[in-house]
Design a protein around this ligand. Structure first.
Ligand SMILES: Cc1cc2nc3c(=O)[nH]c(=O)nc-3n(C[C@H](O)[C@H](O)[C@H](O)COP(=O)(O)OP(=O)(O)OC[C@H]3O[C@@H](n4cnc5c(N)ncnc54)[C@H](O)[C@@H]3O)c2cc1C
Length: 332
């Protein structure tokens, strides 16, 4: 699965803690393109409500984005206005949020000008879910913010799911096949899971017919369902806040360096896991560090990775995949 739980705001389920990537990395496998984290521009933003994803189809149907002054703002940022690519809309929203002095600013999705019965028919689940939080999307503005949504990178695999470690396969969001480039197109990941899951399955079946390649020296498996521990949740919260602020939608060298240092600082707090939550904390710390280090190394902007200190592409140096193995990072 993914690693959305690295971030304070995410559309991902609580199990998306980067376990696959962190485990593979610890075992010595190469991981790739981890700087490319896609942020969905429009997640419901209400205290005590999960960051429920408000589909792009709402904007496709004609919904507007409005800032706290009630102005439509997207035309300032892109010719396609509300229909601009995900990363452009997410950055524009962050910019609008940064402009206002409100303590907890939001941006709004506005469907109130659309036909009420059509909206209810076309988006029954979104209508029902928002109603649970007392927001009637046909008559009221929906408070939203961007949220971490999808990891384009992962455990580096070939097109049969094989990682760089003999016998280790990965498929789905945990894998980095390269198919999503720097910015996944919506709806391609279910396809990815099916195609590469099946391919990996076939390849593993064939591999089992040959003598098995063994990986030596892995630490023994430990408990997975111990009691939750309060201190580790404080570390997770610190990590999520740090990742959101410094390794989020808009990045720069100073913030990324600070993140790398502070993530290294968190390591001893999560280094000796016993319970499931503690293992997740350790995996989040490892995955977070890998994302931050990869983002720091990629001194350009591309797809979902945007740096204010390097706002343009640098094709000569970086039209390549980042690859991390152990302490080394390279581009190829
Ligand atoms: C709200 C939302 C909407 C989306 N909409 C779309 C869409 O419309 N189209 C599209 O293509 N993609 C969409 N995506 C992305 C897509 O759903 C995911 O990328 C995809 O489900 C990933 O599949 P997966 O099998 O790799 O991982 P998952 O579906 O996350 O499965 C991973 C599994 O591993 C388990 N697990 C985690 N850690 C461990 C561990 N340590 N040990 C054992 N098991 C573990 C988890 O419990 C989970 O069951 C959406 C994602 C979200 C969050």
């Amino acid at each position: 699965g993914g690693m959305g739980q690295l971030y304070l705001n995410t559309t991902n389920p609580s199990v998306a803690t980067g376990d696959g990537v962190a485990m593979a990395y610890r075992a010595g496998a190469e991981v790739t393109d981890l700087e490319f984290i896609q942020f969905h521009p429009t997640a419901l933003y209400l205290k005590k409500a999960p960051r429920f994803l408000l589909s792009e189809a709402l904007r496709g149907e004609g919904a507007y984005l409005r800032n706290m002054e009630m102005s439509r703002f997207m035309a300032k940022y892109h010719l396609m206005a509300e229909l601009a690519p995900r990363d452009v809309v997410a950055r524009a929203i962050m910019h609008e949020l940064g402009r206002v002095r409100a303590k907890d600013p939001v941006v709004y999705l506005d469907l109130t000008h659309l036909d009420e019965s059509h909206v209810r028919r076309r988006f029954p689940r979104i209508y029902k879910t928002c109603m649970q939080y007392n927001v009637d999307i046909t008559t009221e503005l929906i408070p939203i913010r961007p949220a971490a949504h999808y990891a384009m990178g992962g455990v580096r695999t070939d097109l049969d799911g094989r990682s760089s470690l003999p016998g280790l396969y990965a498929a789905g969001e945990a894998a980095g096949t390269g198919v999503h480039g720097a910015n996944r197109l919506a709806s391609n990941s279910l396809l990815e899971g099916l195609v590469f899951g099946a391919r990996a399955g076939k390849k593993m079946r064939n591999e089992l017919k040959a003598p098995a390649a063994r990986v030596a020296g892995l630490p023994p498996a430990a408990y997975s369902n111990g009691p939750l521990s309060v201190p580790v949740d404080a570390s997770i919260n610190e990590l999520q806040t740090l990742m959101w602020n410094q390794v989020g939608i808009v990045r720069n060298a100073n913030g990324l360096k600070e993140a790398v240092e502070r993530l290294k600082h968190i390591e001893p707090q999560v280094a000796r896991p016993h319970s499931r939550r503690e293992f997740e904390a350790r995996n989040l710390q490892i995955a977070g560090l890998l994302v931050a280090q990869s983002a720091l190394a990629r001194e350009e902007s591309r797809g979902a990775h945007y740096r204010t200190d390097f706002p343009d592409h640098n094709d000569v140096k970086f039209r390549k995949h980042s690859v991390v193995q152990a302490e080394k990072i390279r581009f190829e």
